[in-house]
Ligand binder design. Structure first.
Ligand code: NAP
Length: 249
């Protein structure tokens, strides 16, 4: 049975659009106090006004901004029970002659940003699991099908998301006995802004690949995340691989 998140505090990174935004709404509806972090302050303000969240303008690829997003959550909302490590970029294309700047951005956000947030949040999550009302805390790391299966044309995105999977499993083993649950969620194609940051020719290729597939909505992933974080203390959902019904690979 789903447990209420009343009295708990969640931080969602990358909450200015897509999966993060939908997850922030769903967490607020489930009773959590929610802090929402991203770079686009205007988008955060609109969402914050709508769901009563705490907006935090932060670039998670900057270690100081990432850790101060966590510290502001704790100082303004009182604690931290749930970290949704969702901020990410997907810049696809062949490895040969790729723009190095795209690789750097993916490594900075998808890997370093996720690590900085986890590092800053863990002491607070361990405390929440010790003395919180539910005696359990959650880290949900958003990976991708691309974190399970490498494909030609997405090498460095694959690298970052496979890295998220390896880190999550290692952290899961480290903190399992202390009731901090570490979950990995691996979505297939979701209708968000994610692909719009690619070069035009790459966007055409992505469009072609998924033209005959009814892709998922951000709310579908938010649903899965809510399922993960509302399990009773004795249950940890370690990994969720979730594709559109029609997506074969
Ligand atoms: N859509 C899919 O098909 C799909 C599939 C599998 C996995 N995913 C994963 O799902 C996650 C969310 O993506 P989405 O699909 O919801 O795409 P999206 O709508 O583009 O959302 C990405 C979010 O990340 C934030 N972000 C990017 N760089 C950031 C930075 N340096 N600091 C802080 N926030 C940053 C963006 O906010 P700002 O630009 O305002 O900073 C935005 O809120 C990503 O990790 C992505 O890899 C998506």
């Amino acid at each position: 049975m789903a447990e209420s998140l009343d009295g708990t505090v969640a931080l969602v990174t990358g909450a200015s659009s897509g999966i993060g935004e939908a997850t922030a709404r769903a967490l607020a509806a489930a009773g959590a106090s929610v802090a929402i972090a991203a770079r686009r302050a205007d988008r955060l303000r609109t969402l914050a006004d709508e769901v009563g969240a705490l907006p935090i303008e932060a670039d998670v690829s900057d270690q100081e901004q990432a850790s101060s997003a966590v510290e502001r959550t704790v100082s303004e909302l009182g604690r931290l029970d749930t970290l949704i490590n969702n901020a990410g970029v997907m810049l696809l294309g062949q490895i040969v002659d790729a723009p190095l700047e795209e690789w750097q951005r993916m490594i900075d956000v998808n890997v370093a940003g996720l690590l900085y947030c986890a590092h800053a949040a863990l002491p607070h999550l361990l405390r929440a699991a010790d003395d919180g009302p539910r005696q359990v805390a959650d880290v949900v790391n958003v990976s991708s099908v691309a974190g399970r299966v490498a494909r030609q044309g997405s090498g460095v995105y694959n690298l970052t998301k496979h890295g998220v999977g390896a880190f999550s499993e290692s952290l899961r083993q480290e903190v399992a006995s202390r009731h901090v649950r570490v979950s990995l969620i691996e979505p297939g194609a979701v209708a968000t802004e994610l692909r719009s940051h690619n070069r035009p020719e790459i966007q055409d290729q992505i469009e072609k690949r998924f033209s005959s597939v009814e892709v998922m909505q951000a709310e579908d992933i938010a649903d899965a995340i809510i399922y993960i974080v509302t399990r009773p203390r004795r249950v940890a959902i370690n990994e969720v691989l979730i594709r559109p019904s029609e997506q074969a690979d």
